[in-house]
Write a protein that binds this ligand. Sequence first.
Ligand SMILES: C[S@@+](CC[C@H](N)C(=O)[O-])C[C@H]1O[C@@H](n2cnc3c(N)ncnc32)[C@H](O)[C@@H]1O
Length: 503
Amino acid sequence: MTQLTIAAPGGTVERVRLRRTSSPVGGHAPYHPYFDYDRPMPAATSRRSERDALYERYRARIRTSPHLDRTLVSFQANRNMPGFGWLKYKEAFSAPLAADVIQRYTSPGDVVLDPFAGIGTTIFAARRLGRRSIGIELLPVGMSVMEARLSAEAVNAATFRRRIEAIAGENWQQHFDAAHELAHITITRGAFPPATERAIAGYRAYCARRVRDPHVRRLFHLAGLSILESISYTRKDGQYLRWDRRAKRPRVGSRFTKRRIEPFSEAIDRQLARIGADLGDVSGGPEPDLRCGSCLDVLPRLDEAGVDLVLTSPPYCNRYDYTRTYALELVYLGLGDGDVKRLRQTMLSCTVENAAKVQQLRRAYAAAGRDDVCARIVGVFERQRALGEVLALLRDRGRAGLLNNANVPRMVENYFFEMCFVVAELSRVLRPGGRLVMVNDNVRYAGEEVPVDLILSDFARRLGLVVERIWTLARGKGNSSQQMGAHGRRELRKCVYVWKKKN
Ligand SMILES: C[S@@+](CC[C@H](N)C(=O)[O-])C[C@H]1O[C@@H](n2cnc3c(N)ncnc32)[C@H](O)[C@@H]1O
């Protein structure tokens, strides 16, 4: 049976009282006390020494793969794939990559886990290949897509197609009902032209009142969700939404102009037709176990050694804010300002706004009688010297005014702190001999490279995994033009790591 635990988004959020250290980064910034930032750093000549040593340790494991390219490790290859490309989730990896990894490392009936499931690329690739799967995802957007995907496999295709034929060209404004208008949050207000706003409300009212079949309704819901960017004045741009200059929004000083803003009826007809055409090509398989929530909460509750393969891609340590980028979709799903803020704080720390989850994790492990496990994980985190080096250097950069946000060092620290818990739990739930395959990018701030691949691999090694391979793409990520100008053109590795649980 599908276990679809749709909880209220957010979960427990905590404002931690942190020791205030006198930080050069914007006066006093709160840090949690694990790293002793005031410890003298090695002399300037050896300032890369810990990272260089770490590189040497794993150098033999790093290989460029002739098979990997940007299309495979990104959403691009999914664009036209039935089911996988319905909602443009740029952060996804591709179904062909997932299928390849799953076939390589598992057999039918095995269990595949993705703790950062997104729109379910791993989960549905596993399902097609007859593998059981567990997907954990916090953002309700991803959960809605996965739910709809299950409905696509269950719906009667002929009924669905008849239905969409009957409503093609409908004037949705005629169905307008104020009760179904979008309840905008601060960052989405004014995102649609007024006629589109009314058409959305009409479509939502129609779906709620007139579409009885739950599978058809879910697919209609997905169609509405997946066209929001194309009918709005906005474009997703990583850290935030970019606004078209035509938007009637105070303080929009944007010079950006989208090519075309689609009318609602045109976009919805197109999307429903696409889903209808794809229905024959989405096949089922073992029911996935889908959990909506933070993997920091869910993973500790999974059984030990019950998973044959973990295939995942966590948020990158790149300040990318899913709650801003997907703000329109979150509003469509009914989230308010408070919900979105709570969600932002529950996400794995990868934005400068995230508060530390240190106390929250400590308390959760203590409540489960696992203080010793918690202490061990924290020990692994604290002993990662290359991370200590990079954090101290970032702090220096902040002191010199070279960081464009004072909270970057704190964000990087929190990212690795939380990822250390994730890696530890993934190691625990993997069966001996099972693989953990992770897609992730290295990052750089103010010229300082953060070797995410090496730091996470070193955590993995200390937490019971063997680092088999760090595959890199033939061409890594470049750099922002600003950074390239300032710091030269050294490429950042874009990687797929393969770790194996010791037998
Ligand atoms: C790089 S994306 C993964 C995309 C996925 N591989 C796919 O193909 O759709 C990272 C995902 O992690 C989710 N996420 C962030 N923090 C999370 C947390 N604490 N627990 C579970 N999921 C989280 C984000 O919402 C995002 O969907």
